[in-house]
Design a protein around this ligand. Structure first.
Ligand code: ATP
Ligand code: LTN
Length: 347
């Protein structure tokens, strides 16, 4: 790592086990960037408490996420792996940025609208007797994208590798950087999103119109990196497809298209090239081969993960070093920002 290299920053929430969506859309691409960039990989626990959670689970998931990152190839010697709440500055910068963010912009964010769609308001008088999951619409959910912008701008990141679902959040971050630079003078890089061609949007195996998510209530919809091989095979074999049994990429066939996309992202081929190899074959063949492929790729990740989880001290030392490296840069940016917005120097 050197100070002159471009800064790459990206983060994941410790809201549950990582999925192959996280792996293909995000982590797999990050591992290729270690050599020629100054990389920061955050585990954003402050974001994770915007949804329903239990403290013990959060603690467990955070450490497990570190081990999963390393097992997927993120070498802590070549990058900074840190926990967001260990670095002061994220929430402080978020406050400054929130004072420059119109409320309406946050209310219009797709993720905010999606996450609050099922909110059960006290004044809900609908006669629908169906039980609904109760969502607590807290202010943190609304502020989520501002905190995310702070995560990125605190390190003056040049590039932010994310899945396609984060495009809108990145756009807000870019707007805030530009707004700040215009109002107070040049301070932040305007970060570029990096969205990989393959694997950018892995969909649910049970409802291919929705993204594969670690918080999906239907466990068959999501393949977790730590799923048992038998479970992986069962989930893939029962993935939703259609009745035509022709293997092709098509908007009318979101199920099989998703399976081809997963195959293509694991093998770095185009989805069309994968589809061509299945000419004349059936969905069962594709599913069975895909299960073999996913199991083979995840077995080595799982072996490494199990080793790492036996050594909590090592994982904690990774986080200590990661936080120290991150904090250095964070302080530098925050000092500059505080001065520009008119706060007195600390005496
Ligand atoms: P949740 O599923 O609980 O809403 P998440 O997995 O979307 O959370 P993160 O863990 O913060 O949220 O995501 C980490 C990275 O993985 C982000 O860059 C995100 O864009 C990417 N990602 C998440 N799901 C997918 C998916 N289904 N396809 C491609 N990329 C994804
Ligand atoms: N919102 C992101 C997680 C996230 C993030 C970030 C990603 C929080 N802060 C900074 C990149 C950079 C998500 O994937 N759900």
């Amino acid at each position: 790592m050197s100070d002159t290299q471009p800064v790459i920053l990206t983060c994941a929430q410790p809201t549950g086990g990582l999925t192959i969506g996280n792996y293909l859309g995000a982590i797999k691409n990050w591992a290729d960037m270690l050599e020629s960039n100054n990389c920061f990989f955050g585990i954003v626990d402050l974001h994770a408490i915007t949804v329903d959670y239990t403290p013990a689970e959060l603690r467990k998931n955070t450490l497990s996420c570190v081990a999963q990152y390393i097992a997927c190839g993120l070498d802590p010697k070549k990058s900074n792996i840190f926990v967001q709440s260990h670095v002061t500055g994220h929430t402080e910068l978020a406050w400054v940025l929130s004072c420059m963010t119109p409320l309406g912009e946050l209310q219009r964010m797709t993720q905010f609208k999606d996450k609050t769609k099922n909110a059960n308001n006290d004044d809900d008088t609908s006669s629908n007797d169906e039980p609904q999951s109760k969502i607590f619409v807290n202010s943190g959910l609304l502020m989520y994208p501002v905190l995310m912008a702070a995560d990125i701008l605190l390190y003056n990141a040049n590039s932010v590798p994310v899945g396609a679902d984060q495009k809108q959040h990145l756009e807000l971050c870019r707007n805030l950087a530009q707004r700040f630079n215009q109002k107070y003078s040049d301070t932040f890089n305007v970060p570029e999103p990096y969205i990989a061609k393959q694997g950018q949007r892995i969909m649910s195996l049970q409802d291919p119109s929705r993204k594969m998510s670690k918080s999906d209530v239907n466990l068959n919809a999501t393949i977790f990196l730590l799923d048992d091989p038998k479970v992986i095979r069962k989930k893939i074999m029962s993935a939703v497809t259609d009745s035509s049994a022709v293997i092709e990429i098509s908007e009318d066939k979101p199920g099989v298209t998703n399976l081809l996309n997963i195959y293509s992202a694991f093998t770095n081929q185009s989805p069309e090239a994968v589809a061509a190899t299945y000419d004349g074959k059936g969905y069962g063949d594709l599913k069975s081969d895909l299960a073999d492929l996913v199991i083979a790729q995840l077995t080595s990740v799982q072996e490494r993960y199990n080793e790492l989880m036996k050594d909590t001290q090592y994982l904690e030392s990774v986080l200590k070093e990661g936080a120290e490296g991150a904090q250095k840069l964070a302080f530098k940016t925050l000092r500059k920002v505080y001065k520009k917005v008119g706060f007195l120097n600390r005496f």
